[in-house]
Each structure stands twice: as C-alpha cells, then as structure tokens.
Design a protein around this ligand. Structure first.
Ligand SMILES: [Cu+2]
Length: 498
C-alpha cells in the first residue's frame, strides 16, 4: 500500500513538473522570449544568493562545531611536544584558505546575482590589465610562501631524527596482518640486530641471537612509555603496507615492508594527566557503561591508543594497542618486570646458537647456587650429603669429551678448590643401564678422568683429587623411566677432606 502511494506521488509530481513546463512555455510565447529570459536570469541570481547564505552558514556552523576534532582543541589537545606545532600549522592553513574560500564564494554568488544576464546591459571586455595580474599573482604567492615556509619549518621539527649524544629511548614496531610486535631495547637501551631471513615461528621479528644487544630485548603486549622522554620508534612491516598511528600524539608513519621508517616524539602528558583534563568536558562525564549510570565515567576509562591507519585487510580493525604514558619510575618498574624474549623463549632450545656459552647474569646466579650447595655440603655430617652433582657438566654423546659449556661449572669448582686449600675430592662418573655394563664402566671412568684432567690443567694439584667411574652400579633414579635414566647419567664430586 505504502509503495503504491509512493509511486502515485512520484507520478503526480512528474505531471506537475510537466504542467509547469507547459505553462512557462505558454508564458514565454505570450511575453516574448527575451523578456522571459531576463526574468529567469533574475530568479536564478536570487536563488544563488539564498544558496550562498545557507551554504556559508552550514560551513561556518559545522566548522565551529567540529573545530576541537580537526584543530586539536579542548578534549582533543595534543599529548606530545611536537603535536602543538602540527595543530597550529593546520589552524593557520585553514585560517588562510578558509578566508580566501569565504571571500571567493561571496564574490561568486553576489556577482551571479548582481550581474545576471540582461538584454539592457553589455559586458565590458578587458583584454589585459597589468595591475590586476600583479595583485592576483602577488597575494597568493605571499600567502603561499608563508604557509610553505611555516610548513617546512614544522616538517623539519617534527621529522628531525636523533642527533649523536641525544638522550632518547628507541623501541621498534613491526606490523603484520593483523597485529604489532613491539620490541623494547632492555637494560642496555640498544635494540639488537635483526634480519628478515631469520624470521620464523619462534623468532617473530628475525632477531639475530648472536648479537649481544638482542639478549635483553623484550616484546611487550602493550606500549608503555615514560613521560617527557624522547622516543624514537623504528617502524617496519612484515607483509603489506600498514601505518603506525598514535592520534593523541600526532604521530603517523607508514610501516613499509623492506623499508625502515621512524618517528621521534616526546609524550608530554601521562595517561592519568590526560584523563584529568578530559574530566572537565561534559561529553567525557557520561557514564562509560550506559547500563550503569552511577558507574565509572568515560574519562576514567580513557586510554591512548595505537591504530593502524592503512586499510591493510579484513582484520585491520584489530591492530589496536593500548598506549600507556607513565612517570619515569613507573616505567622503570614495568620494564624490569618484562622478560627478555631470548631468555624466556629461546635460551636452551634447539634455536639457541649460544648454547656453548653462559651470559654474565647466568654465571652470577649459577655460581651463587653452586657456592651455597658447596657450603651446605661442607658443613653436612652425613656421607651422602657430601656428594654434589654437577648440574651443567655434559659430554658429547657416547664420548668422554666435555662440551664447551661445561667449563663454567667446573670453573666454579676450580675457584672453590683454590678458596679451600685443604679440600680434597673424588670426581665420580655414572651412567644409566642402557648398553653393556663393561662399556658403561669404561665410559664413566673416562668421563671422571676428563673432569680430573680439566681441573689439573687449571692448576689444581692432582694429589688433592681422584677420579672414579662407577658405570651403572649406583643408580639414584629408576632405570625403567626416561626421567630416572637421565638422573642416573651424572657426574659428581664428593668432598673427602675439607
Ligand atoms: Cu595494518
């Protein structure tokens, strides 16, 4: 029914239009073609004027209404040091172009009205006017020069890279469909080297684990940054074009596969400070959850965010990350709690190219444990408590050759032997029960001998030590399980005198 009525209205309107056309055609015939044209011209001019007023009013009203959004006023104020310069560049550009826009629109429509076609008037033809040419070339040139110079100045300020000796912190944002890997430099404040050829499921950004600078780098699920610190963000992508966009900080940089880009900025308001500023605006005083009018207000839930500003695919929207700006001490406390990617995901796995060496912090920690165990063994009275198992002394499979990393724990023993000159020990090798007992016996003896030789080579007198192999005769675990067999394959030392 509604459809039918709608169709009827359309048809009737069409009839009305046709009828009006016919009437004006008849009127033209009666009044004469030229006179009618004059009337139409006048009418068009008048409506142009009305259009101009409505149009300019709409432009002005919407311009004022949305000014906070596009000029960064009020609750949209920039939260970075350079943000104000960008906002003011926009403001002045808009002011200059807006002024010209309004003047030209007024002239256009007023002229259309004032000089609408008439048979009583003839247009004046001006072939050339030097003065006019000068004026309309010079004025835009001067205005443009100011805008361009101001723009260049702002560009140079915003895009300036770090200079040698500057105090700054560098993080890295690697984009992919659909997420970011945010890498922090760790304690050394230096990001390690990376290579796209090393990217794998276990190494999301292709860090080179042989580069010491990578060892303490950590990946973070949110971006936490200290307020007032210059931050250099290295931006890159693993697949398609993405864009690193921090709207509140006026930071925006393309993430281009194969081409590292960067952005340097200084956050100047913490999340908490920004929330407090927002609390003054009515739109942020609305309840965050409409179902709970007395609950938290919008400003209390505010978070800075990172967005991808490139339509990079279906999951584009999910490339949002929370950005937290906090006081320096809070940042340090947070950074200390973060686990290095290498130590939490790579160390000790088959992807670890550094299995032959220990890092200083590991040496310190493991030495402390070794010394504590040795101290309790020295004061223990029962014989079995005088035996200490080497946790990190290993041999090549089926051989008595020590692995390179065994030197560290053996080094602790060398230090202990030097510290306690009266201490004498027995080094003992043990195997599990796999293979023939005679072979196991030989292997265990060989392994004990290797340790003995190592200690002698490090300057411990042979008279303070003896080496013994026990084959599979003294199991400490169940040889029927893999765990038990692993416990039985061991090298130990026993304190004989201390
Ligand atoms: Cu993206």
């Amino acid at each position: 029914m509604t459809v039918l009525l709608g169709l009827l209205i359309v048809v009737l309107l069409a009839v009305v239009v046709v009828q009006i056309g016919k009437v004006s055609e008849l009127a033209t015939k009666i009044r004469g073609e030229e006179e009618m044209q004059d009337i139409v011209n006048k009418r068009q001019g008048f409506w142009s004027l009305i259009f101009m007023v409505v149009f300019l009013l709409a432009v002005t009203v919407s311009g004022i209404y949305y000014k906070d959004w596009y000029l960064g006023f009020g609750p949209h104020a920039a939260a970075s040091e350079h943000g104000g310069s960008i906002d003011s560049l926009f403001k002045w550009t808009l002011f200059a172009t807006g002024f010209v826009f309004i003047i030209t629109q007024i002239l256009l429509f007023v002229f259309a009205y004032r000089f609408s076609g008439s048979r009583h008037r003839k247009a004046a033809f001006v072939s050339h006017d030097n003065k006019l040419e000068m004026v309309w070339t010079a004025i835009p040139a001067i205005v443009m020069a100011f805008l361009v110079i101001g723009g260049l100045d702002t560009w140079n300020e915003v895009m300036a890279d770090i200079k040698p000796g500057d105090d700054y912190m560098e993080i890295e944002a690697v984009a992919e469909q659909f997420g970011w890997t945010i890498r922090y430099p760790g304690q050394d404040n230096a990001l390690g080297e990376r290579n796209y050829k090393l990217i794998s499921g276990d190494n999301p950004v292709g860090q080179n684990w042989k580069d010491q600078k990578n060892i303490d780098d950590f990946h973070a699920s949110e971006i936490v940054l200290p307020v007032g610190k210059r931050i250099r963000v290295r931006v890159t992508s693993k697949d398609v074009l993405h864009n690193f966009y921090l709207p509140h900080f006026r930071v925006k940089m393309d993430a281009v596969p194969g081409m590292p880009t960067y952005f340097v900025f200084t956050p100047k308001k913490t999340t908490e400070e920004y929330r407090n500023e927002l609390s003054k605006y009515a739109i942020y005083q609305a309840p965050a959850d409409p179902a709970d009018p007395n609950g938290e207000q919008l400003w209390q839930r505010f978070e800075y965010e990172l967005a991808c500003a490139e339509l990079c695919g279906k999951g584009h929207f999910s490339m949002k990350k929370i950005v937290k700006i906090v006081p320096e001490e809070e940042y340090k406390a947070w950074a200390e709690k973060q686990q290095s990617f290498y130590f939490s995901q790579v160390r000790g796995t088959s992807n670890d190219p550094n299995s032959d060496m220990w890092f200083p912090q590991e040496i310190t920690e493991r030495k402390a444990t070794f010394e504590a165990n040795l101290d309790s063994a020295r004061i223990a009275s029962s014989a079995d408590k005088k035996i200490l198992r080497f946790e990190y002394v290993n041999f090549e499979t089926g051989s008595a050759k020590l692995t390179p990393a065994s030197q560290y724990e053996l080094g602790f023993l060398v230090d202990a032997m030097q510290k306690y000159p009266n201490m004498s020990i027995e080094v003992a090798g043990h195997t599990d029960n796999v293979g023939d007992p005679a072979g196991n016996q030989t292997l265990s003896e060989g392994r004990a001998k290797s340790v003995f030789d190592f200690l002698v080579e490090k300057g411990i007198p042979a008279s303070r030590m003896r080496a013994a192999g026990y084959g599979d005769t003294r199991p400490v675990g169940d040889n029927d399980t893999e765990d038990g067999r692993a416990k039985n394959r061991r090298t130990e030392f026993r304190i004989i005198t201390q």
